[in-house]
Design a protein around this ligand. Structure first.
Ligand SMILES: Cc1cc2nc3c(=O)[nH]c(=O)nc-3n(C[C@H](O)[C@H](O)[C@H](O)COP(=O)(O)O)c2cc1C
Length: 163
């Protein structure tokens, strides 16, 4: 099966990370779709932050269909040391993903608290296999040399899974 990159991004950093992953796959002749996670109703920053802290997912405009893909790479921010409501909404929307591989990625400031472990836990509860979980800081994302190295490492791990 082929990989897919799913992303949630308010300010564009995680979208940029998602695009870099797609480009890296493309450089290896693997055409990978990029699917945005969109909230059904836009949440304000404060309300979103509160939801993140209490771990309450938002409803999505459309549940990304990942049936035909494996591995599934997810890019999303960290807010106040927590996973975003959109990430939680995406995980909640997943069904029939038992045995699929996930790579959980965040572009954030680098203060992830327990969020990475929590993301793995939630994906495992859905029956997924977590290939990896990692973050890149927003400043490293903007530095020319760091992003390609980060992205290559992630894609190296994923290509072993691609038929
Ligand atoms: C309200 C708010 C809270 C944040 N809290 C954290 C945090 O606890 N840890 C962290 O590493 N980054 C934190 N960040 C930084 C974001 O994760 C980072 O800016 C991210 O790249 C934004 O993603 P986006 O541009 O794709 O929306 C926070 C950002 C905002 C706006």
């Amino acid at each position: 099966m082929k990989p897919v990159v799913v992303y949630y991004s308010r300010q564009g950093h995680n979208k940029a990370l998602a695009m870099s992953l797609v480009e890296e796959f493309l450089g290896r002749r693997i055409d990978v779709p990029m699917i945005p996670i969109d909230e059904r109703k836009p949440t304000g920053m404060i309300a979103g932050l509160v939801r993140a802290i209490v771990g309450r997912p938002v409803r999505l405009a459309e549940n990304p269909d990942v049936t035909d893909y494996d591995p599934i790479l997810i890019c999303s921010p960290i807010w106040a040391g927590h996973l975003t409501p959109a990430f939680l909404g995406f995980v909640k929307s997943l069904s029939g993903v038992e045995g699929k591989s996930f790579y959980n990625l965040h572009c954030c400031f680098g203060d992830t608290a327990g969020a990475l472990g929590r993301a793995s836990e939630l994906l495992q509860q859905k029956g997924g296999h977590v290939l990896g979980t990692a973050y890149i800081t927003t400043s490293d994302l903007l530095e020319r040399e760091k992003l390609p190295v980060f992205v290559r490492g992630v894609v190296d791990t994923c290509v072993d899974r691609v038929d």
